[in-house]
Design a protein around this ligand. Sequence first.
Ligand code: DLL
Length: 452
Amino acid sequence: MEPLNSLYPVLAQDVNSPTHPVSAMDYLPKEKLRELQLHRLKWTVNYAYERVPLFRSRCQELGVKPEHIKTLSDIKLLPFSKKTDLRDEYPMGLRAATMDETVRFHCSSGTTGKPICIPNTLADISVWQNGAMRCLAMYGIRASDVLQVSYGYGLFTGGLGLHYGGEGLGCAVLPTSGGNTERQVMLMRDLGVTAIACTPSYFLRIIDEAKRQGIDFRKDTKLKHGIFGAEPWTTEMREAIERETGIIAHDIYGLTEIAGPGVAGSCQHSNGLHIWEDHFYPEIIDPDTLEPLPDGEQGELVFTTISRTGTPMIRYRTRDLTKLRVETCQCGRTMRVMDRICARSDDMLIIHGVNVFPGQIEAGLLRVPEVAPHYQILLSSTDDLDLFEIKVEITPEAFSDSVRHMENLRRRVFDAVKTIIGLSPRIILVEPGSLPRSEGKIRRVIDNRKKS
Ligand code: DLL
């Protein structure tokens, strides 16, 4: 008898090929891709103009009409949108779909003020699932994999996004959500989990717990893949995780406003992420002049959703800083690659007049082999002086009672950071396990400086 599963072509094992329905779009010839993007862009602009009053009135202020969009580069005629628009129009001012067409809300809290709320239609959920499935397929994940989803489920998009992606590929999904780390590790081992999806910082917490239980990832688990994102993390962090556990640490990117996890993902050939451009049209702009920048130049990432109907977002300023690569990827996918995102413009710290991103500090710290991937950046002020301190955990093997050894190590950590940022922070080496851990997105910067 024909097995029931064969009715679903996505469950085939050779999913990662140009002929497979999940991955085929990844390889769409460039001219076909541009044609499709233009068609979808025109459709989206017409749709949003008709249904979203704020977009229509902004276009009218600029004297732009949907029929002015004739080529992809005409996108620059359109107005930008920002997180504050979603806040100002809270809860549903940018919604294009009716309540009948809406099937799910996702919200993100942000750090201050009102949350943003994004209504999704069934078609949106399917576009998003498609993005997540294509990422997982690209990582090498198949129907035979057991996928533990340790991103939070709920208003946050991490849990449900990876859940739908995993189920769509036919994986056995273990929806643990975040927290209860002791049980997470037990289930990982007992159910033969082969892939885990969570924030990189939560995975560090899971590594600690596995050590506490005497579990060796290489010998006692079947874990092969980590699907990490939702917060900036550096190449150095990726290497530290891979060294420690023997897994491959893949990068997944997304944001609530545009879909959720699965807007872009890393492939094995580039230390960057393919953007699923058939749904999410990327631009890089100069954040000061707002002018589009050519591929290869670093700036702010802007997305236009070209196949979403619940809340179409047009020229949405993400605040994430990156560049689009000029060269095509060796893997053969035609979808453009962006550099991994190690910084957001709103995370930039100005210390003693110098612009510093936490990722630069992380990169410096993790170049010292004795440093564990746990650190905290502390900023405070006395009188008019900024105090800049970094607390750093070191590995249990490197921790010692010898004052000379520790002072030597402290000096090397200081030099590694100073080389990158050009500033002289006070480095405080702390005991393994003493800094706070996170179950979701971690907060590594504590800025208690007086605001002027
Ligand atoms: O963090 C969606 C997500 C869930 C992505 C799970 C990946 C995995 P938001 O809470 O709306 O959505 O936060 C979006 O998180 O603008 C970036 O600043 C940051 N971010 C997301 N993925 C990455 C990544 C989810 N791979 C914001 N690398 C984005 C760096 C990331 N930053």
